[in-house]
Design a binder for this molecule. Structure first.
Ligand code: HEC
Length: 421
């Protein structure tokens, strides 16, 4: 069953296509990845393993070089002649993604999660391909790009790759909407070209001002979190303010974001133990600038907080502090997350619970997961008490049990789920 869902927590009317099955898989995926942190202690910046990571990436890219053009082409997976090669490419992505986890630091939970998710998505694409469901397999390959984008904009390495330079400029991608083209550029590490694509989009009269929020968010994530280039972000937003179709409400948002960039720029340098404290300050400030719940004025604050929190969870802080940071990352991610598909907020919230079930952040994280799950499965269809699929119910119960055991009686009871019979 496919449905279009509003990203409620994101505070704006973006819609995301979501399948119930897909969501289920991803919620479980989040849980599996949490249980699988590796014992290796190798940092991304370690030259030896950076080499291995690059090697895996090169394998992934050499496969995606074939898969992506076929995925954006109608009937691109149908040709019998190419079947063996497409199949081998999907297998190679899955295999290489499976190895990536070993080349990133064990406490890089986000990266671990994303590489495992990429592997799973590649296997799903392979399965669909083998079933002859080529269109869904193509869609699945395009979903894979989300994992690439997210992981690339989360690591500390901001460089373009010479390997993929100009790849997305090839003719086959010309028909894509600019936002989709930028996404593939970020997926293949053409960050400069991707930002250029979005620069053009932000001033394009083909896209009405009220549809720019996704592009602006992507722009901020790459320019601030990855590149720490506040100047570039400011320049791009200034250009937006000159659009003649900007109505007052959006204008107020953009003006606020430009101000916030100046206010928060000094935080670009903050890292290590201090970054949690500073992130909390930024989020306090975000509350002050927010006028009502679905307000977007704090967008820059959220992106900057996500960068600080991301840096913090990579430190060797205590589990309790990290749990708090993961809880906040979950909250922030649900506001700036570009793809509902990734289920990254859930992963972070679950991490918060599992790292420190006796903490206050575990209870808050659980409350958010529960609400979003109930909302996803029921409230949309008007059911008073949504019926959850068995495994989703079990997941919730497992998280509840962890917290109940660590802090008995502290979690408010959940409403009974009515037996549908
Ligand atoms: C787990 C995180 C993660 C995922 C998932 C991921 N990447 Fe990467 N990728 C990285 C990092 C980090 C680097 C930078 C490595 C370096 O330069 O040291 C990188 C580098 C690359 C490079 C440059 C390699 C080189 O030698 O120049 C390409 C191309 C690439 N990735 C493509 C992809 C594609 C396409 C996907 C998705 C199908 C993907 N990556 C998924 C983390 C990831």
């Amino acid at each position: 069953m496919r449905r279009v869902r509003t990203l409620r927590l994101a505070g704006y009317a973006a819609t995301a296509k979501e399948t119930i099955v897909g969501f289920k898989i991803r919620v479980i995926a989040a849980a599996t990845a949490i249980g699988c942190a590796l014992a290796s202690q190798v940092a991304w910046s370690d030259p030896a393993d950076r080499g291995k990571l690059q090697q895996s990436m090169q394998q992934i890219f050499s496969s995606m070089r074939l898969l992506l053009p076929a995925s954006v082409t109608r009937g691109g997976f149908d040709s019998e002649e190419d079947a063996d090669q497409l199949r081998a490419s999907l297998e190679q992505v899955a295999r290489a993604a499976g190895g990536v986890g070993e080349h990133v630091r064990a406490n890089e939970r986000g990266a671990q999660y994303l590489s495992r998710s990429l592997e799973r998505e590649a296997r799903e694409a392979l399965y669909l391909f083998d079933q002859g469901d080529f269109e869904s397999a193509q869609f699945s390959v395009l979903q894979m790009a989300e994992y690439c984008v997210e992981c690339h904009s989360r690591s500390a390495i901001p460089d373009d790759s010479p390997l993929s330079k100009g790849f997305v400029s090839s003719e086959v991608f010309q028909g894509l909407e600019p936002e989709e083209r930028a996404r593939l550029q970020f997926a293949t590490r053409e960050f400069e070209a991707g930002l250029d694509t979005l620069d053009a989009l932000l001033v394009s009269r083909d896209v009405p001002a009220e549809e720019l929020l996704g592009a602006v968010t992507n722009y901020l994530v790459v320019s601030l979190r990855l590149k720490q280039d506040f100047e570039r972000a400011r320049a791009a937003l200034r250009k937006v303010t000159r659009r003649p179709d900007l109505w007052a409400y959006i204008r107020l948002d953009v003006d606020r974001w430009i101000e916030s960039l100046t206010e928060l720029q000094p935080l670009a340098e903050v890292s290590g133990a201090e970054s949690l404290k500073r992130a909390v300050e930024v989020l306090d400030r975000a509350r002050e600038v927010t006028r009502f719940p679905s307000d977007r004025q704090a967008l820059v604050h959220y992106v900057v907080a996500s960068a600080l929190l991301q840096r913090f969870v990579e430190t060797d802080a205590s589990d309790a502090d990290k749990a708090r940071a993961y809880y906040l990352l979950g909250v922030v991610e649900s506001r700036i997350g570009r793809s509902y598909w990734l289920a990254l907020p859930y992963f972070f919230l679950e991490s918060a619970i599992r790292l420190n079930p006796s903490g206050a952040s575990a209870r808050q994280a659980y409350a958010l997961i529960e609400e979003e799950t109930l909302f996803l499965y029921g409230f949309e269809e008007g059911a008073a008490t949504p019926e959850l699929p068995m495994d989703v119910e079990e997941r919730l119960e497992a998280l509840r049990a962890l917290i109940d055991k660590a802090q008995p009686g502290k979690l408010p009871p959940r409403r009974e789920v009515r037996d549908p019979s």
